[in-house]
Design a protein around this ligand. Structure first.
Ligand code: HEM
Ligand code: SF4
Length: 579
């Protein structure tokens, strides 16, 4: 089969083996280009410390190679003992932090090659996997993390598990390479891939399950978004959205973010089959020549939603109906203390940029470890990169508060609403594609914005603010009220006009804003909001009423300068130029 270079690598890889086992055992400091692509399917990205690059090069030394290892945690759900095992791996093999991702996973950063096999094996032994956390395959299936004990919330989590099982890769390569062939999780089956075939999917594939009115899985950004329909409290079925996706590729003019569109409604009993069927349509028709156009969103844009619906319906042995009307109130998590509905409580803790670490001021890691060890509550990771403990007896509430206090973990009560939903992607120093800082500067940026919000008495206003280090947009900046997307060191494109419910795309307001200017620029927009808003209007509503959307996000806004820069980056680094 013809196809892009990555298609050929997949074909020749013997179901994702390549030469990974040989290189792993050798004393090579890093993997070659082909294995880098395959390693992603196993859940790991080869990276190098970008802070150290210049120094090392000057000294004539090799790059400081390391690995990002991404776990796959359907619905963000894990037990306390699993949490403790994953935490210990961060101590023994990572950089002493656990990074909650926007797909409800944990990532380890700075795992060294010598520790890679042990890291993946230990994750797997905890009953969690890394297989399919990256690569051209169905990634972690997300589900509303809200631990309300209602049939519809439980059903969303269950559906995420069922979809995960149905779309799990079957290759034995993972067990052979990382687990020494041990039959751990999942049991290795016959050596073929009935759903994926040897080319797997044309590109990454994302699925999420939402329970309205809370859009806490950012449903419009998924390749397939399931929205529960529960008129009597039971999940009778799901409206399915298709073709969402936010990535834009540096210098590739035909790439842009797209919001998912309603396809049809199916009864609960056919929900998994509908998902698998949609995956097979993308498998068979998705673009395998040009990776920058390989996401399902482009297939749907090119052939039309009607064509896509007919193709899915022709393959699906189940009735479908018109999509149900959808209504959302927020993308936010339920932070702080809440009743679950079964006499127990849950507690949502805000984690800045999802980075669970101990710093001088706040010891998130110690606090979470102690709660997991002492009280054993199950955990949900949220797509806003926060953490929820649940199944808490009311008389245990004080103990939890005491532990959080003891380690300096701030309560959400004093926080601005904007802070609670704010988020930034990882970017420097690990991400090979970052053009500007994101996670490392965002806390300070938000401190400044917080001051402005308080001055303007906007601390209770839901304003969704996100930052990304490059146009790929991993922190989902393209549907926020206000967002910054890195274009060069210290420089960001500035977008406004998405929504606090995640269902509208931003428009470009300023092509370049310097990092230090961000608070002042945001201030002018907030002042305008205060001056012109109507009674009770949110920022989202005010913007929609008073502004025509700016140009939607497209690579041209970054392109001319970025094309050159990304060519330079690609030449100087092999880590992840093709995702
Ligand atoms: C073509 C576009 C994209 C490329 C090439 C890309 C590449 C990457 C890379 C290299 C990382 C690792 C960063 C690190 O941990 O050091 C990463 C992280 C991540 N990406 Fe992407 N990405 C793309 C688009 C997206 C989009 C559109 C989303 C979601 C809407 C997304 C979701 C994530 C998530 C959840 C992480 C984990 C860290 C986090 O939560 O910020 N990515 N991506
Ligand atoms: S948005 Fe860009 S800089 Fe940020 S993690 Fe994704 S690829 Fe890296």
């Amino acid at each position: 089969m013809a196809g892009s270079k990555v298609e050929q690598i997949k074909e020749q890889s013997h179901y994702l083996r390549g030469t990974i086992p040989e290189t792993l055992r050798s004393d090579a400091s890093h993997f070659g280009e082909e294995d880098i692509q395959l390693l992603k399917f196993h859940g790991t990205y080869q990276q190098d410390d970008r802070d150290a690059r210049v120094e090392l090069k000057r000294a004539g030394l090799d790059k400081a190679w390391s690995f990002m290892v991404r776990t796959k945690i359907p619905g963000g759900h894990l037990a306390a003992d699993q949490y403790l095992k994953l935490d210990q791996i961060a101590t023994d093999l990572g950089n002493q932090t656990l990074r909650i991702t926007t797909r409800q996973n944990f990532q380890y950063h700075l795992v060294l090659k010598g520790g890679l096999q042990e890291c993946i094996a230990r994750v797997t032994q905890s009953g969690i996997t890394t297989v399919g956390a990256c690569g051209d395959i169905v990634r972690n299936v997300m589900a509303s993390p809200t631990p309300l004990n209602t049939p519809v919330h439980c059903n969303a989590q269950k559906l995420a598990d069922e979809l995960t099982q149905a779309l799990f890769p079957k290759t034995r390569a993972y067990a052979e390479i990382w687990l020494n062939g041990e039959k751990l999780y999942p049991p290795p089956e016959a050596e073929n891939e009935p759903i994926y075939g040897k080319y797997y999917l044309p590109r990454k594939f994302k699925i999420g399950v939402a329970v309205p009115p809370r859009n806490d899985v950012d449903i419009y950004t998924q390749d397939i978004g399931y929205v529960a329909h529960a008129p009597n409290g039971q999940a009778e079925g799901y409206t399915i959205l298709v073709g969402g996706g936010f990535g834009m590729t540096h210098g590739k003019l035909k790439t842009y973010p797209v919001l998912g569109k309603p396809l049809f409604y199916v009864a609960r009993e056919h929900a998994v089959a509908a998902g698998v069927t949609i995956v097979t349509v993308q498998r068979d028709y998705g673009n395998r020549e040009d990776r920058s156009r390989a996401r399902m969103k482009y297939l749907i844009e090119e052939r039309g939603l009607e064509w896509f619906r007919k193709e899915v319906e022709a393959r699906l042995q189940a009735p479908t109906e018109h999509p149900k009307p959808l209504q959302w109130t927020t993308v936010a998590d339920m932070l702080g203390w809440h009743e679950q509905g079964d006499g127990k409580l849950f507690c949502g803790v805000f984690v800045p940029q999802g980075r669970i670490q101990d710093t001088e001021d706040v010891r998130y890691r110690s606090a979470f470890r102690e709660i997991a060890r002492q009280l054993g509550f199950p955990i949900r990771l949220t797509p806003n990169c926060n953490l929820l403990f649940f199944n808490i007896q009311p008389d245990q509430r004080n103990t939890v508060d005491q532990v959080l206090n003891q380690y300096g973990v701030p309560s959400d009560e004093g926080m601005t609403e904007a802070r609670k939903t704010s988020h930034a992607c990882v970017a420097l120093p690990t991400c090979g594609l970052a053009l500007a800082e994101s996670e490392r500067v965002f806390g300070q940026v938000m401190d400044e914005i917080d001051k402005i919000l308080r001055e303007l008495h906007l601390e209770k206003e839901p304003i969704l603010i996100r930052m990304a280090g490059c146009p790929n947009g991993c922190s989902r900046p393209y549907n926020a009220d206000i967002s910054f997307v890195g274009r060069a060191p210290g420089k960001y494109a500035f977008f406004v006009g998405g929504s606090a419910t995640g269902d509208r795309l931003v428009g470009l307001e300023k092509k370049v804003v310097e990092l230090k200017e961000i608070p002042a620029v945001v201030k002018t927009y907030l002042e305008e909001f205060v001056a012109h808003r109507e009674d009770g209007e949110t920022f989202t509503e005010y913007w929609g009423r008073t502004h025509r959307p700016g140009p939607r996000p497209v690579p041209e806004q970054f392109h001319l300068e970025l094309a050159e820069r990304s060519a330079r980056l690609a030449a100087s680094s092999q880590n992840g130029a093709v995702e």
